[in-house]
Design a binder for this molecule. Structure first.
Ligand code: AMP
Length: 443
């Protein structure tokens, strides 16, 4: 934003014409730590991203699902007791009814709870979007309220759906124009083969106990697998030499993983096998994956991830039902888009700007007519001077202005004026043909 004559102005190329803010030296109230207002322009971009995601998901047969922003705390507790999201970051509270709830920190648990509650036909393929809440230490790309888009598919463990889901995320990134994305892929095994691996892993970490960070020494007691997820530099040499799950996969699990990889190969989706990828939540089994943006700094480069959670539905009181899904971080994807110079915010929210020298009523009437036929239209208010109205029109990003003065009113005409480019052309048209003439010029 820049200061213009005591007014804060958002660059006209990012936002619409009404977006000028009075300078406020010290606002009384501000957004809570780790949260932010997403203003017009950027919020419109976020909405376009969600729409693009919904379209990619719809084409693959996923229906939109919406669940409450808060749930019974116990739903999220099922995510595991070695998960930071559950133990440290939950926004939980006691409501007036004396029950404990939590603002959702993620959507998989809510979607699986909904599946168990409604028992829809399987396979149940759904997509979602919306804010999540985690009490994290805020930094660039990490917020306490952030948005995700994601999908979940319950009711089949066909490796084809694992590949379909990974491909869906991959295609979505491509739709946005992102190219610096790496897919990391792993299998975490299943209850038949994971115990032997955990045993080997635990023994290995015990041997190297003194070299582990204090946090990892604690994590080891709760869930040895999660030690692999430590980002602490002092843990890295130990983690790098740790046994890997892929060496312990049972023939069935190995075959399943092979099936996922085969389909991804057929779809020409490149991946990097990442044997120490365990992801932040405890419920994952078999296929797990993460997308990192090489355009972002290492600490916040995860732009999405997911995996299979074959035990979660039963854990939430439902029938034994395999499931798989992912969540992508909207805020971080948009930062990656900025870094790569793709999926820019809209340059304008409107096509046409109305300039009314008759007092304002004509702008109201023409505005309603144009909006009714789908032409995005804005105008100035407060019967401002023509000069002032033209100034706002120029900043609006609209490509055309419609100008009406007393003469046009008397002759049943309007002027169409080009706003963008060096040469400004102005043509007089009959009011009866205005819509037709505008449509011609806007296509
Ligand atoms: P997770 O549910 O932890 O696997 O997160 C999925 C994606 O959501 C991550 O890859 C990030 O892109 C994004 N994400 C997770 N936590 C945050 C946060 N606190 N702020 C912004 N984005 C986040």
């Amino acid at each position: 934003m820049v200061m213009v004559g005591g007014i804060w102005e958002t660059p006209a190329d990012r936002c619409g014409p009404q977006l000028t803010f009075q300078a406020v030296a010290k606002p009384t109230f501000k957004t809570p730590k780790g949260t932010r207002d997403i203003l017009p322009g950027e919020a419109d971009r976020q909405r376009a991203l969600v729409a693009a995601f919904g379209e990619v998901a719809r084409r693959a047969g996923y229906g939109h699902v919406m669940t409450p922003m808060f749930e019974d705390l116990a739903v999220f507790k099922r995510l595991g007791d070695s998960t930071d999201v559950v133990t440290k970051e939950m926004y939980d509270f006691e409501a007036k009814d004396g029950k404990r709830y939590a603002l959702r920190p993620e959507l998989t648990a809510s979607v699986v709870r909904a599946f168990v509650q409604h028992r829809p036909l399987i396979p149940w393929k759904v997509w979602y979007e919306g804010p999540q809440f985690r009490y994290e230490r805020p930094q660039a790309g990490r917020y306490r309220q952030f948005s995700q888009v994601g999908v979940e598919a319950l009711g089949t463990d066909d490796p084809a759906i694992d590949a379909e889901i990974v491909a869906l995320a991959w295609n979505f990134y491509k739709t946005l124009g992102l190219s610096e994305v790496t897919l990391l892929l792993n299998s975490l095994g299943d209850p038949t083969c994971r115990p032997a691996y955990i045993e080997a892993l635990t023994a290995y970490f015990q041997e190297n106990f003194d070299s582990l960070s204090e946090q990892s020494q604690f994590t080891l007691q709760v869930n040895p697998l999660r030690v692999l997820d430590s980002k602490r530099p002092d843990d890295q040499p130990i983690i790098d030499a740790a046994p890997v799950m892929v060496d312990y996969l049972s023939p069935e699990t190995g075959e399943h993983f092979g099936g996922v990889r085969r389909v991804l190969d057929r779809l020409d989706i490149p991946y990097v096998i990442s044997p120490r990828l365990v992801r932040g939540l405890d419920y994952y089994t078999r296929t797990t994956f993460e997308f990192v943006s090489t355009a972002l700094p290492g600490s916040q480069n995860a732009i999405g991830g997911g995996g299979r959670y074959d035990a979660l539905a039963a854990d939430l009181g439902g029938p034994d039902t395999p499931g798989i899904g992912f969540a992508l971080g909207v805020d971080r994807i948009l930062i990656a888009c900025d870094e790569e110079g793709v999926f820019a915010p809209p340059t304008s929210l409107v096509d046409v700007f109305l300039i009314d020298a008759t007092g304002g009523d004509e702008a109201a009437v023409i505005g309603a007519q144009l909006q009714a036929v789908g032409i995005a239209t804005d105008r100035a208010y407060d019967a401002r001077s023509m000069r002032a109205q033209f100034k706002v029109a120029d900043k609006s990003g609209a490509s055309l202005a419609v100008v009406v003065g007393d003469e046009e009113l008397a002759t049943g005409t309007a002027q169409i004026r080009t706003l963008l480019g060096q040469e400004r052309e102005q043509t007089s048209v009959a009011r009866t043909t205005l819509i037709e003439e505008l449509k011609k010029r806007l296509t």
